[in-house]
Design a protein around this ligand. Structure first.
Ligand code: ATP
Ligand code: MG
Length: 564
């Protein structure tokens, strides 16, 4: 068993009970079976953590990475590559248990022929429309196809000619002969093979026919000796068919399918089809756009694998579909970064201040704590001088009662530095915009100095104008402006994208210790949020992504007040 503290869940209990009972000879073999037709998202992370996590709890437990690649037109090696990278990044490893459903094409074909020989499968030549009519509905049984009683010899001949590529797409299918009157529609003679003259990224043009998911998936599990086949709830009604196919496979040990609810998160999209639409329609910058819930996007945004794993463990698994609020995911990254991200001073929307009584042409180095949560992280020095930048919204000319920061005649403390007082406001005569503040500083109040204990109501962050580095900062807001659950299927859902999902700020000022910060480095901008260095950074001109803001008490107060 692993050393982490883990809450039990119904899947863990099933596996534990099977293991104790010695079912499957005591083996625990799970699999994560992505189709390589897109990049992985946080929903997949839930499945990865579950499947790899279950296996890791047992001595000798293994989790296979199996590419479920039976659909030639949508799959691509680029996706295989990215999926592998993402599983590794999340912290899991399949060892030498990497498989491809396409490697089983010969075996699947042989088993299909065997089903025909056993009288359990037949070639149907109804059109797709006719097949739909014959299938019946939830309340009415289906009808047998007129081709259902073809002889074994005729079925075998037709199937072999399908395989040889003699027929065009859609002319025939191979179906299991189960029961057209079954109350479970999935058992009404499901399709096992379709004709598709399409090139596959691994098998090229060697196959003009492709197995259906319902045929390939259970057989792949059985062939690999999977013991627990964990999948999402939409496959619950397929379970009798899964069991039927597995029984026909005749493997010594039968895998068991167990379903759980898929992860949905508010304010974002989680279907690969929609994600692909966003990427191809250039609504976002690519699969790793930090606004997306893809693992590449979350990673670029600054999420850590540890935070994602802790989130997945926390949400657990259930049998009921639900939507997890995005702020819960944000809570986990905040917790993780709070422990490890170095603190720095950075000003996103700079307002210049001049300390009238501070000597010109000089500066001093002040000591700053790197991470109050981690004494080992030590301290650094930051330069202080007469001209500084503070955050524009840390100053209000006519402050309301609850505003304790800088205002004319008011004092605040500058983090790690002095108490200052605002003594003058310069404005653009045309626009009335505040362009500069004049302040005085109290030399006695230096942090650690004789009057350091003097109390003022607020401490604000700042950077020294002459020493700061210019940076671009990208702020991310929810991808969607409304929940899609009420959007009619025929309406273009991209109309619900939030036009303000990305805000780019340029001319931001960050402290000089961030010079040369490596791509991916995660920091806390004190009082603002967690940020990480984006790959778009160039020498001397870093770009920071906001991973998640810090909680902002002021924004909450402001929200409660009527607009002024
Ligand atoms: P599609 O978006 O086309 O329905 P998919 O999400 O099922 O595809 P797969 O590549 O087939 O994508 O998924 C691989 C595995 O990840 C499957 O076992 C699937 O059940 C699981 N999975 C996918 N999405 C989620 C999700 N949102 N929550 C939990 N598990 C998921
Ligand atoms: Mg799928």
């Amino acid at each position: 068993m692993s050393d982490g503290i883990r809450a039990s869940n119904f899947i863990r209990e099933i596996v534990a009970a099977d293991s104790t009972a010695g079912k499957h000879g005591g083996r625990v073999v799970t699999r994560f079976p992505p189709e390589p037709n897109g990049y992985l998202h946080i929903g997949h992370a839930k499945s990865i953590c579950l499947n790899f996590g279950l296996a890791a709890e047992y001595a000798g437990g293994v989790c296979h990475l199996r590419f479920d690649d039976t659909n030639p037109t949508t799959e691509d090696p680029e996706y295989v590559q990215s999926i592998q990278e993402d599983v590794h990044w999340l912290g899991f490893d399949w060892g030498n248990h990497r498989f491809f459903a396409s490697d089983y094409f010969d075996q699947l074909y042989e088993r299909a022929e065997q089903l025909i020989k056993n009288g359990q499968a037949y070639v149907d030549s109804l059109s797709a429309d006719e097949m739909r009519q014959y299938r019946g509905t939830l309340t009415e049984p289906g009808k047998n196809s007129p081709f259902r009683e073809r002889s074994i010899a005729e079925n075998l001949d037709l199937f072999q000619r399908m395989r040889a590529g003699e027929f065009p797409d859609g002319t025939h299918v191979l179906r299991a002969k189960i029961d057209m009157a079954s109350p479970n529609i999935n058992l009404r003679d499901p399709v096992l093979y379709r004709i598709r003259h399409a090139a596959h990224y691994r098998t090229a043009r060697s196959w003009p026919i492709y197995p259906s998911y319902d045929f390939a998936h259970p057989l792949s599990d059985a062939l690999e000796g999977v013991t627990h086949s964990v999948c999402t709830l939409e496959f619950e009604d397929h379970r009798p068919l899964y069991d039927w196919v597995v029984a026909q496979a005749g493997t010594p040990d039968r895998p068991q399918q167990i379903e759980f609810a898929r992860l949905n998160i508010s304010q974002t999209v989680m279907s690969k089809r929609k994600l692909l639409e966003l990427v191809e329609g250039k609504h976002v910058a690519g699969w790793d756009d930090p606004r997306l819930p893809t693992l590449k996007g979350l990673r670029r945004r600054g999420y850590t694998p540890e935070a994602i794993r802790a989130f997945c463990e926390h949400i657990g698994v259930s049998k009921r579909d639900s939507v997890v609020e995005m702020p819960l995911l944000e809570h986990f990254i905040r917790e993780d970064l709070n422990r490890r991200a170095a603190r720095v001073l950075a000003v996103l929307r700079p307002l210049k201040i001049v300390l009238d009584n501070y000597p010109e042409h000089t500066s001093e180095q002040l000591e700053a704590v790197n991470n109050p949560e981690d004494p080992q992280a030590g301290t650094r020095t930051i330069p202080f001088s007469r001209t500084l930048y503070i955050e524009r919204d840390d100053f209000l000319e006519a402050p309301p009662k609850e505003f304790f920061r800088l205002a004319p005649g008011r004092e605040v403390r500058l983090r790690y530095a002095y108490i200052i007082k605002c003594v003058g406001v310069t404005k653009d005569p045309r626009t009335g915009e505040v362009t500069e503040l004049h302040c005085t500083y109290d030399p006695e109040t230096k942090s650690g100095g004789p009057n350091a204990g003097r109390k003022v109501k607020a401490t604000i962050h700042w950077v020294s104008a002459a020493h700061a580095i210019d940076a671009e900062v990208r702020l991310y807001n929810p991808l969607l402006k409304a929940d899609l659950s009420n959007v009619p299927a025929d309406e273009d859902w991209t109309g619900y994208l939030n036009p303000d999902s990305l805000e780019r700020l340029t001319g931001c000022k960050v402290e000089p210790s961030l010079r040369g910060a490596e791509i991916g480095k995660r920091v806390q901008f004190e009082r603002v949020g967690y940020f990480c260095v984006d790959p778009d950074s160039i020498q001397g001109r870093p770009v920071f992504n906001r991973t998640v803001p810090l909680k902002d008490a002021w924004a909450r107060i402001e929200k409660r007040q009527p607009a002024r």
